[in-house]
Design a binder for this molecule. Structure first.
Ligand code: NAD
Length: 431
């Protein structure tokens, strides 16, 4: 996983030539860049739980806090065997930019535990979540660092975590903050926000719609392939189809399906829930689609927009030249490596970057935090009415920067905006 940290650092380097001339004091600029290329704080250690069989087991636990110049650290928690220090560092750097692009008053954080949660019972998982909070309680809080769900974590895990945090603060006799706001992505009955579930996918579709308008693309003539049909991919595909785009290919980790006339995404979503796999829907003729020989074949389909919405590092130097779509719309975090992006740029493939496209999730987490802090809860209509203009104006800012500069990528445009906001605050604070 060392390479994704290198990717995050390379992306910072690529924005420097445009940013540097804007800062006459080279020394301060260089000092700040050096700071931005490291994380403020990496908390790592081992946590131990008792398994159901009475034995003890240790797990490596991490939280990376990249930069908090603009506000408390914000970012998800992963439970995955590959979680390591370099991975959380890279992901926390990306969170800083994502929060800056969308103007959220946050910095970037990310954390997790090296564990395969499928090997644990619900009771063990709960003990692990609570142990993680005990490990981290001094470093998190509503005005310090606000974690959220990420890969393999969910609203239930956030419930256990927030409960443990409140218990710890009670034990310390320190309930002078609303510790409910320590975590976002909570269930509705424990301070969660309406609309959070679908927010990343829907937020991406608000960006997609603005982008299509800017490029004068007709949604009903725009063929889209989506890799991944989990939270992000499924909501993205459903809302894109509702907005009139032609979703022609979808995949989960086992099966890729396509129909160039367009897929009935609502039927796919309902069927996947009922039958558990995309393959079953084709085999049972519930949907009209063909199965591709391999899931990765989806990446090479002749569509107008390819949407990676599953994993990191799926478009690499090895396969970038095979991509036929002229546009890649990154809903996953870090799906395209910098080496791949160079090849894509040469081939005139436009990449709409993750830090813009998938920022709807953290934006709605911000709305959850605001609702917790004020103790006043909004309807779903109200939440989405705030998300829509936020995503649209973030796109407009990035697109204006992209079109005003020759020979930069949309990612560089996004980074220039985000890094400038962070650098300016650091200077204002006396860096
Ligand atoms: P998820 O676990 O709900 O879904 C992941 C999907 O990817 C599943 O459909 C899975 O079957 C599929 N998948 C796994 N391996 C695959 C493979 N080899 N080929 C094809 N498909 C594969 O996760 P998610 O929450 O939807 O997150 C997806 C991505 O979006 C991640 O990169 C995550 O960091 C990013 N993201 C998520 C959010 C959020 O709010 N959930 C916000 C921002 C970014």
């Amino acid at each position: 996983m060392a390479d994704i940290l290198q990717n995050a650092l390379t992306q910072i380097d690529q924005a420097i030539p445009i940013l540097e001339p804007q800062y006459p004091n080279r020394e301060i600029f260089q000092r700040i860049i050096k700071k931005l290329k490291t994380v403020n704080n990496l908390i790592e250690g081992e946590i131990e739980i008792t398994l159901d069989n009475g034995k003890k087991q240790k797990f490596a636990a991490y939280r990376s806090q990249h930069n908090d110049a603009r506000g408390p650290y914000k970012g998800g928690l992963r439970f995955h065997p590959q979680v390591c220090a370099t991975e959380v560092k890279a992901l926390s750097i990306w969170m800083t930019w994502k929060c800056a692009i969308t103007n959220l008053p946050y910095g970037g954080g990310k954390g997790g535990i090296a564990v395969d949660p499928k090997t644990l019972s619900q009771e063990e998982l709960q003990r692990l979540a609570r142990a993680y909070v005990r490990f981290l309680s001094k470093n998190i809080g509503p005005w310090q660092d606000v974690p959220a769900p990420d890969v393999n974590t969910n609203a239930q895990i956030m419930s256990w975590m927030v409960d443990e945090m409140i218990k710890i603060k009670k034990e310390e006799g320190n309930l002078n903050q609303n510790y409910l706001a320590t975590f976002t992505g909570k269930p509705l009955n424990l301070g969660g926000s309406q609309g959070r579930d679908e927010a990343t996918g829907l937020g991406g579709c608000y960006v997609l719609r603005s982008f299509a308008k800017a490029k004068q693309m007709q949604p009903n003539e725009t063929k889209i392939a989506v890799q991944g049909f989990g939270n992000v991919g499924s909501w993205f595909a459903r809302h894109a189809a509702k907005m009139g785009f032609k979703v022609v290919a979808l995949c989960d980790s086992k099966t890729a399906i396509y129909n160039f006339e367009g897929l009935d995404v609502e039927k796919v979503a309902a069927g996947k829930k009922e039958y558990g796999s995309l393959a079953a829907l084709v085999e049972k003729k519930i949907i009209n689609a063909q199965i591709l020989p391999a899931t990765t074949d989806l990446l090479y389909l002749p569509v107008d927009i390819l949407v990676p919405a599953a994993l990191e590092n799926v478009i690499t130097a090895e396969n970038a030249a095979q991509i036929k779509a002229p546009i890649i719309f990154e809903m996953a975090n870090g799906p395209t490596t910098p080496e791949a992006e160079e090849i894509l740029q040469k081939n005139k493939v436009l990449v709409i970057p993750d830090v813009l496209a998938n920022a709807g999730g953290v934006s709605t987490s911000y709305f959850e935090w605001v609702q917790n802090l004020q103790g006043y809860y909004w309807s779903k209509t109200e939440v989405l009415s705030k998300l829509e203009p936020l995503m649209e104006s973030s796109f407009t800012d990035v697109w204006q920067m992209y079109t005003a500069n020759k020979n930069i990528s949309v990612r560089q445009a996004a980074y220039i905006i985000a890094m400038k906001k962070v650098i300016d605050v650091m200077i204002a604070r006396g860096e």
